[in-house]
Structure formats: structure tokens, C-alpha cells
Design a protein around this ligand. Structure first.
Ligand SMILES: Nc1nc2c(ncn2[C@@H]2O[C@H](COP(=O)(O)OP(=O)(O)OP(=O)(O)O)[C@@H](O)[C@H]2O)c(=O)[nH]1
Ligand SMILES: [Mg+2]
Length: 294
């Protein structure tokens, strides 16, 4: 029996819905999703397996002009997604104009591999607006096939997936057929905690936070986890903890509940906060947190 497999890499501006789409394809909450830009910081694989296919999706950080080392590493993840793609999925949203990086845009328009341009969030649009947006993108990226979709509502998502299956090259699988992602358990714990911080704290705080899970003990009926929330400055530590610890407590309770669903097991989650001065600009610290800086 013939077998198809390949890398389908999702790229686009921040907040357009890349992670929402990947989760919809995989059917699991692999990537965290929030209404804030730069929610995704890593390249995360989501693997969809069938009897005669394996689609290896990559969710990537939104394309930005980097202002500090962490963001530069995030853009390196995007670059790597261009390098190994068999199919490029370029996601835009209704009302959006240009990619924030001209060089990346040129890579898309000059791409030798198939490009699917997904015009997302059409649930927020009307027929007239949609038609004019499709025309606009057809001019801008003539080498792409355009699909208007709603990743959130699942509109046209199946059709896009079927088109991916058509375009997928003949190949044996790249990963074991029961594997869902390339990331370890600790990564998903860190991300879930970071999601709560993106949801509950304002302005710069979520961007100054990194999570490290120091302990992960799986017992028969419970998983015991200890994670540290790292911030860049002492003042940020106070904000994370909140009045009598109330803000931190909320993060802990909400993250624990979600993690119990994710792991299907009771969780004991201990959180504490530590200052790691200017970690976002420190190559060694970034490497330690899994950002592949050069
Ligand atoms: N109305 C509507 N909202 C959507 C749709 N898809 C995603 N969203 C919302 O858009 C926001 C961003 O979604 P994400 O999936 O996190 O976007 P992203 O492109 O991964 O963002 P970054 O990781 O920050 O680059 C969230 O609030 C989603 O709920 C859609 O089809 N319709
Ligand atoms: Mg994302």
C-alpha cells in the first residue's frame, strides 16, 4: 500500500489563528491560544496519523520584527519552518494587509513548494468583504491556492485538510504512528501556566515571563508537579503573586484544572516565582529554556 507523509508548516502574522488551526487539525489542545499577540514562542509539531498518511504540522510564532533575543530566537523557528516544509500554509485574517517582514513574504511568493493561503476568521466578515479580500490576496500571492476558513468554527477546515492530503508527497512516516507531538510533557505544563499568565496579567508582564517545570513525579493516581515562574524584575514578581498571593493562586488553580483534563489524572501543582534578571536577552538562559539561539 502506498504511504504519504510530509511537513505542513503554518506561518503568518501574530494572532491570526495559527494555533487554533493546528489544534483543530490534531483534535487536541497542543498549542495554547489567547487573544494576545506572540502567544506561541516555539515551533510545535502536531502529528495527524492515518492508515496511509502522516501529516506533520508545525505551529510557529507569529512573524514580527525582533526587538530582543527571545524574539530573534522565535523568528529562527519561523525560518526553520520554511526550510523543511513540503507544503506551506500561509495564514492571514480578514482585514489584514501585509506580513510584518518583507523577506519572509518574498519567500512565500517565490516558493517552489505548494502554498495554501488561508483567509481566516471569515465568521467576522460579510460576503462583500470576503470577496474583495480573496481578490486582494490572489493578486498579492498568485502562487497560492486560497481557502476562506474559520479555524474557530471549523468552517472549511476539513476541505483544507483534504487538499493537504492530495498534495502530500509519497513517503514513509517520519515519526512513530502513535506519536502526537515532538514536545515532552513538561513543555505542555509550562505552556498551560503561561497561558493563564497571558490571560490574567496586563501589558509587559506575560512577555517577561518564562516557566520552568523542575519536578514531575507521576504516581499511580496523581502527578506531582513543581514549576517556577520566572520574571525579569523584582517588581514583576510582586505583580505575579498579587495581594496575599491571590493572583498566583488563581493561576495555579486554573492551570491545574486544565492539566488534569490534559493528562487525565489528578494533579498536584506547586508554583513559585523567581527573578531571573533579563533572561529574555541572555543567550545562555534562552538556550536553557529550549530556544535554539546560535
Ligand atoms: N472570530 C474568530 N476568531 C478566531 C478564529 N481563529 C482564531 N481566532 C481567535 O484569534 C485569537 C488568536 O488565535 P491563535 O490561534 O492564538 O493565533 P496565533 O496565530 O497562533 O497567534 P500567535 O501565537 O500569537 O502568533 C484567539 O483569540 C482565537 O480564539 C476564527 O476563525 N474566528
Ligand atoms: Mg499561536
Amino acid at each position: 500500500m502506498s504511504h504519504k507523509a510530509g511537513f505542513v508548516n503554518i506561518i503568518g502574522n501574530p494572532n491570526v489563528g495559527k494555533s487554533t488551526l493546528m489544534n483543530a487539525f490534531v483534535g487536541e489542545k497542543l498549542s495554547i491560544i489567547t487573544s494576545k499577540a506572540q502567544t506561541t514562542r516555539h515551533r510545535i509539531l502536531g502529528i495527524v496519523n492515518g492508515d496511509n498518511f502522516q501529516v506533520v504540522l508545525s505551529d510557529t510564532p507569529g512573524i514580527i520584527k525582533p526587538a530582543y533575543e527571545l524574539q530573534a530566537s522565535m523568528m529562527d523557528f519561523v525560518k526553520s519552518a520554511f526550510e523543511d516544509a513540503d507544503i506551506l500554509v500561509y495564514m492571514v485574517e480578514i482585514g489584514e494587509q501585509n506580513l510584518k517582514d518583507e523577506a519572509f513574504f518574498k519567500k512565500i511568493t517565490n516558493s517552489k513548494i505548494p502554498v495554501l493561503l488561508l483567509l481566516n476568521k471569515i465568521d467576522t466578515s460579510n460576503q462583500e468583504q470576503l470577496e474583495s479580500q480573496v481578490q486582494l490576496w490572489a493578486k498579492k500571492v498568485p502562487n497560492a491556492e486560497i481557502f476562506p476558513i474559520s479555524a474557530l468554527r471549523g468552517f472549511n477546515v476539513k476541505e483544507v485538510f483534504n487538499r493537504i492530503l492530495d498534495l502530500l508527497p509519497e513517503s514513509p512516516p517520519f515519526y512513530p504512528k502513535d506519536q502526537l507531538t515532538d514536545k515532552p510533557e513538561r513543555f505542555f505544563i509550562n505552556e498551560k501556566i503561561r497561558e493563564k499568565i497571558l490571560l490574567h496579567y496586563k501589558k509587559e508582564i506575560p512577555y517577561a515571563v518564562e516557566i520552568e517545570t523542575e519536578e514531575f513525579f507521576e504516581e499511580e493516581s496523581i502527578i506531582r508537579i513543581r514549576s517556577v515562574i520566572m520574571v525579569e524584575r523584582e517588581t514583576q514578581k510582586g505583580i505575579i503573586i498579587g495581594h496575599k498571593g491571590s493572583a498566583l493562586k488563581r493561576v495555579g488553580v486554573e492551570a491545574r484544572k486544565d492539566l488534569e483534563v490534559f493528562f487525565g489524572k489528578q494533579i498536584h501543582l506547586e508554583l513559585y516565582v523567581k527573578v531571573n534578571k533579563n533572561w529574555r536577552s541572555n543567550q545562555n538562559q534562552l538556550r536553557r529554556f529550549g530556544y535554539n539561539t546560535k
